[in-house]
Design a protein around this ligand. Structure first.
Ligand code: PHE
Length: 469
């Protein structure tokens, strides 16, 4: 199964679990619920679903096709066709670095909360919010947890595609879904839970603004692991028999289901307890323990399970983020897997330390008006991923041969892909324009103007020097 010595997935189930593992992460369980809460609920969800269906699914299909066709990770895949496009791949690798500049911080919080569940987190319901605030602002504690979290990551990635990433996904993903369902069943039985369901599923269009669309689009890219070469890299480990459009559909559906399940797990209890849905990034860490505290005896058990699930979800995603950078170093710089993994992880740890401290000890230190944590988050989610996705669509639609794409998506004509023309036209004409409009409208309405200009400049500079990258 291995081509030219390249690593590959062992089984179809293994690939799907790994790709779904990449997609399903903090984006679904931590970010999606708080973004939904901050953007008004149901209307945000409808716009989000539109982005997933029309943009996300098409880009996922394109990324997998390009990765498998070239058998190369992000930068190599672009370069194999056109050196002028290397920058789009490098932008992806950079996004991977920057996301890993804050992601393990939240991964560390989840790890910490598994243990805190045992040690009295739930005993004083009134103080759960304060406990969270004090914890993330502490100069030492979150760093230790983040470090531990990073070590698990490094061990998995250093073991390689099959024995590490695939194995982790196969065990951890089914476990995650099981845990979410148990928590939902509990939450729905609380009196007053239905207000949460109407918040989620009855759209209130009056709250929609221009920026809502960018938030939904950015979240779709973030949640589906798109726009940064992650699915190109995972596609490059896929064998030639796999049906790409089917796999893309399965992964996208699982990711969307996970996000909705997370919403259904959190909002009914949140409303039942009369809490505010607009709590922001602390939402999961404040609402979930609150729910478990109210449960009495079994609360601790549920709390442990929930934060375990969150940590698991985060882990299979940060593994893929690390893999994007590692695969680039292996393919393009011929560095061996272990060295690439350790070296990359050290740099990421430095970025994460800055992010974590920006929430407490170093909160006075800002870059372009925000702390390091927000800097990495906004830069990737609001600019790099969406633009990365747009570049990928333009590249696939205008720089690759239509016959080549068709050949890849139908496995050399041996299977049918009835929607090929629809997909192709979406990628070539609709998606670039759509992202262009949403990005333009969204970006001007962003508060941190200097940060936006910086992000755009980075892309422009990379593009100018593309041939040298
Ligand atoms: N999709 C992951 C999540 O939802 C994050 C991620 C983004 C992973 C980009 C890989 C690439 O948490």
């Amino acid at each position: 199964m291995e081509q030219k010595g390249r690593e590959s997935w062992g089984t179809r189930f293994g690939f799907i679990m790994a790709a779904a593992g990449s997609a399903i992460g903090l984006g679904n369980i931590w970010r999606f619920p708080y973004l939904t809460g901050m953007n008004g609920g149901g209307a945000f969800i409808v716009i989000y679903l539109g982005c997933v269906l029309f943009v996300g699914l098409s880009i996922m299909t394109a990324e997998l096709a390009i990765g498998r066709r070239t058998q190369l990770a992000a930068v190599g895949a672009y370069k194999a066709y056109n050196k002028g496009w290397s920058f789009a791949g490098v932008l992806g690798v950079l996004s991977g670095f920057f996301i890993m500049g804050f992601y393990p911080v939240v991964g560390g919080w989840s790890l910490a909360y598994i243990f805190k569940s045992f040690t009295g987190l739930l005993s004083n319901t009134g103080a759960i919010g304060d406990v969270f605030g004090a914890f993330i602002g502490d100069p030492v504690q979150p760093l230790i947890w983040m470090f531990l979290y990073m070590i698990i990551n490094v061990v998995i990635v250093a073991r390689g595609v099959h024995a590490g990433i695939e194995l982790a996904g196969k065990i951890l993903m089914p476990l995650l879904f099981g845990l979410l369902i148990i928590i939902i069943l509990k939450g729905l039985t609380l009196p007053g839970a239905s207000a949460g369901l109407s918040f989620l599923f009855v759209p209130d269009w009056s709250v929609v603004k221009g920026s809502t669309f960018l938030a939904a689009l950015g979240q779709a890219f973030f949640s589906l692991s798109l726009g940064m070469g992650c699915m190109i890299t995972y596609g490059s480990y896929l064998n030639k028999e796999e049906k790409l459009p089917n796999n893309a559909l399965i992964v996208v559906s699982m990711d969307t289901l996970a996000a909705i399940l997370a919403g259904v797990a959190l909002f009914p209890p949140l409303f039942a307890f009369g809490m505010e849905p607009t709590a922001g990034p602390g939402l999961v860490f404040v609402v979930a323990p609150q729910i478990f505290a109210e449960m009495g005896g079994f609360g601790v058990l549920f709390s442990v399970l929930f934060f375990l699930a969150l940590m698991i979800a985060a882990l299979t995603s940060s593994v893929s983020l690390l893999e994007v950078v590692v695969a680039y170093l292996m393919d393009e710089k011929k560095i061996d897997r272990k060295k690439a993994t350790y070296g990359t992880a050290v740099v990421m740890l430095v970025l994460c330390t800055l992010s974590s401290l920006s929430l407490g000890a170093m909160s006075g230190v800002t870059v372009f008006g925000v702390g390091a944590f927000d800097f990495f988050d906004i830069l990737t989610d609001k600019i790099f991923l969406a633009i990365g996705g747009m570049l990928l669509a333009i590249f696939a639609g205008w720089f690759l041969k239509k016959e080549d794409l068709k050949d890849e998506l139908t496995n050399g004509g041996t299977l049918s892909f009835g929607l090929f023309e629809v997909w192709y036209n979406l990628i070539k004409y609709v998606i670039p324009v759509l992202i262009g409009i949403v990005a333009a409208v969204g970006i001007v309405s962003i508060e941190q103007t200097s940060l936006m200009i910086f992000g755009i400049l980075v892309i422009v500079v990379l593009a100018i020097f593309s041939k040298k990258l």
